[in-house]
Write a protein that binds this ligand. Structure first.
Ligand SMILES: Cc1ncc(COP(=O)(O)O)c(C=O)c1O
Length: 375
């Protein structure tokens, strides 16, 4: 049994994994934060934690979101989780019954599709256009279906790197609230904004009405912490805190949560995120520039970890790409039930600028051959 999830393949520059660059993980800073939490809280850092998460973390997170978002939650609106995936799992056990329809953006984070499918729901892809969304909900209800929630990543999305436009950010939650469908906003990449601040969350713009936002420290600090959070109505926080397994085990991942509070309150989080943003911006720029120099036009994501490239027949391209020493994820995997085979996702998070430039050089001839310029 290995220690970590990632398995490299010799000779392959792997742009398929959304994992951090090893040098971006704050090994010493985290050791200091854990020590500080243990010194400050003593045995309280190691016993069962408060059901919704320790007040120290909830308060600091509220202060941080006052800086990075348009509205700060209050601690009663915060529930600490074991990562964004766990937040989604929790919400789906709370909101989804087997046989329900769960609406998802198209494309969207492929592993969220798996979490939602575990509830034996039927996943239906719908783009975050308020009108199409509203029509889809109405059509499904007329057919006697229950629509449990709508999941999307509207800020520096996975896989597209794009953010939902301002008018839709306001209109979509309003339509969802009117129809009584909960929007689950995955806000995992908010801290990784490269060209100015991240847009306000749907949760903030809607005043919290009908939106539950999930977040994570996986990308801003380290995925191994298994630490995330959600912001939602106090009644939902109370309901989650009352679940049997929380009653039995106390707050989720309490010792990491109090260490995270110490990391945040000492200023280490803000310093760490600032340097991570520098690093990932440089990696983004290296990949986009190398693709451009090799004749492949790429979107420039303003945040997050991904570039979404047009690539007809992307699935069939993968074996040839791997033979040339570069890997990616074919775009159809990001659609419920499979989607068009015309895009691929590149992650620029795990490799440094030189490797990314080399990877682009290996991939570009295949992409150019797949999309010959119009004659
Ligand atoms: C949009 C999105 N949500 C959630 C996750 C997973 O977050 P966590 O590690 O906190 O479960 C990822 C990781 O790739 C992601 O891209």
């Amino acid at each position: 049994m290995p220690t970590i999830q990632y398995t490299g393949r010799p000779g392959v520059l792997d742009l398929s994994w959304g994992h951090p660059h090893p040098d971006a993980l704050p090994v010493d800073g985290w050791a200091a934060a854990t020590g500080a939490a243990l010194r400050e809280l003593g045995w309280r850092a190691l016993t069962y934690g408060h059901e919704a998460g320790p007040v120290e973390l909830a308060q600091w997170l509220c202060e941080r979101l006052a800086v990075t978002d348009a509205r700060a939650p209050v601690p009663a609106e915060v529930f600490v989780t074991a990562g964004a995936s766990h937040a989604l799992e929790l919400l789906s056990t709370q909101l989804v019954e087997p046989g329900d329809v769960v609406l998802v953006d198209a494309p969207t984070y492929h592993l969220a599709l798996r979490v939602l499918a575990d509830r034996r729901a039927e996943l239906v892809g719908v783009p975050p256009d308020p009108e199409t969304f509203g029509e889809t909900v109405t059509r499904l209800r007329r057919a006697g279906r229950r629509v449990a929630l709508y999941y999307l990543v509207p800020t520096f999305g996975n896989p597209t790197g794009a953010s939902l436009a301002g008018d839709r950010r306001r209109a979509l939650p309003a339509v969802a609230d009117r129809l009584g469908v909960t929007v689950v906003e995955d806000d995992t990449y908010r801290e990784l904004a490269y060209d100015g601040p991240a847009p306000p969350s749907l949760w903030a713009l809607s005043g919290g009405a009908g939106v539950v936002r999930i977040g994570s420290f996986a990308k801003s600090v380290a995925p191994g912490l298994r630490l995330g959070w959600l912001t939602g109505p106090p009644a939902l926080v109370t309901a989650l805190a009352g679940r049997g397994y929380v009653d039995s085990g106390g707050g989720v991942n309490h010792t990491a949560a109090v260490a995270m509070a110490a990391f945040g309150r000492s200023g280490a989080f803000a310093r760490h995120v600032a340097s991570a943003v520098e690093r990932y911006r440089a990696q983004r720029d290296a990949l986009v520039a190398a693709l451009g120099a090799a004749g492949v036009l790429s979107p420039v994501p303003a945040g997050g970890w991904f570039v979404w490239l047009a690539a007809p027949g992307a699935s069939a391209l993968l074996p040839a790409a791997e033979a040339a020493g570069v890997s990616f994820v074919p775009g159809r995997r990001f659609f419920a039930g499979g989607g068009p085979d015309d895009h691929l996702r590149l992650s620029f998070s795990m490799l440094g600028p030189a490797d990314l430039a080399e990877a682009a050089g290996r991939l570009a001839p295949l992409l150019r051959a797949a999309s010959p310029p119009p004659s």
